[in-house]
Design a protein around this ligand. Sequence first.
Ligand code: KG4
Ligand code: ZN
Length: 338
Amino acid sequence: MRVLGIESSCDETAVALLEDGKTVLSDRVASQDSIHAPYSGVVPELASRQHLRLLPSLFHAVLEDSGILQKQIGLVAVTRGPGLAGCLLAGVSFAKGLAYGLGLPLLGINHIEAHIFSCCFSGKVDYPALALVVSGGHTILVLLPCPGSYRLLGQTRDDAVGEAYDKVATMLGLPFPGGPAMESRAKMARGEGVLGAPFPRPLIGSGDLDFSFSGLKTAVLYRLKSHAGETLGEEGVNEIARGFQEAVIEVLLSKTLTAAKCHGVRCVLLAGGVARNESLRARLGERVSAAGVRLIVPEKKYCSDNAVMVAALAARKYADGERGDATLDIEPGLRLCS
Ligand code: KG4
Ligand code: ZN
């Protein structure tokens, strides 16, 4: 069974072809970073137009990479939510046209579930498991009592972690998307300094598993204001990046470990674009293994938005008997669980 996956929920246009649920025949991702960089954030209208432009050529590139003919595809899978409406519509319309034209079955996929499934694709998951999904649009802690079953334990009350990284990066004059730039500047910091003095750890002692990152963003703004008129310099930027990242990672670690212990999980799954962060990967790995739990983090390329995770999850669902139909529609506010 060959599954064609399509992902267009935000600013990455991605198409992939997967065989037998695990062999990647082709994996194409076209980033739109350069289009959105001048605006320091994703512009929905530009993103959806770019998806429309890129999807047909990526599809043909995937066929060419894999040497597979259109008629050899067995299933079309597409992200139907959550995400930006126009972006989702571009992917779902393309997938529907393709499935109808080729007479193929079609499955709609939840983007968050696909991020979590990228961990199942990367290693053997023992249940119960706990997933921490950290991306530009989401920050959630989800319990998986068994495969395919989800219970929401906590989520951000305001900004997603990636969103906070991106906004703080803009304040510091770093390029969009801010996460990678902030991570490398944090690594370069020589010490804490006045500018990098500890930032608040939002909701760390709240007694629940929710997150909040918008106040941390404001704390960075006030730190910058209190040093207005001084030259920040390269080291000043590095120190702030490091101070911000320390606060973020400490909160993520604290809540994840609390949830893992409370629910006696056997695996922790780390997914989403922010899971590319090496410091987060390493430190969560240390803390989790000290608690006798296994951490599964996908390869970096499968942390950010991609279509392999969409195809892989669809292959599993199809094998389990799930079927879609022509009424498939986008759902920008789609939830994974409650
Ligand atoms: O999962 P993703 O590709 O798209 C969404 O579904 O949102 O995540 C993108 C987010 C961006 O906010 C980006 O700044 C962040 O992931 N990110 C990082 C790193 N690489 C990407 N954040 C921190 N450290 C990184 N190395
Ligand atoms: Zn994502």
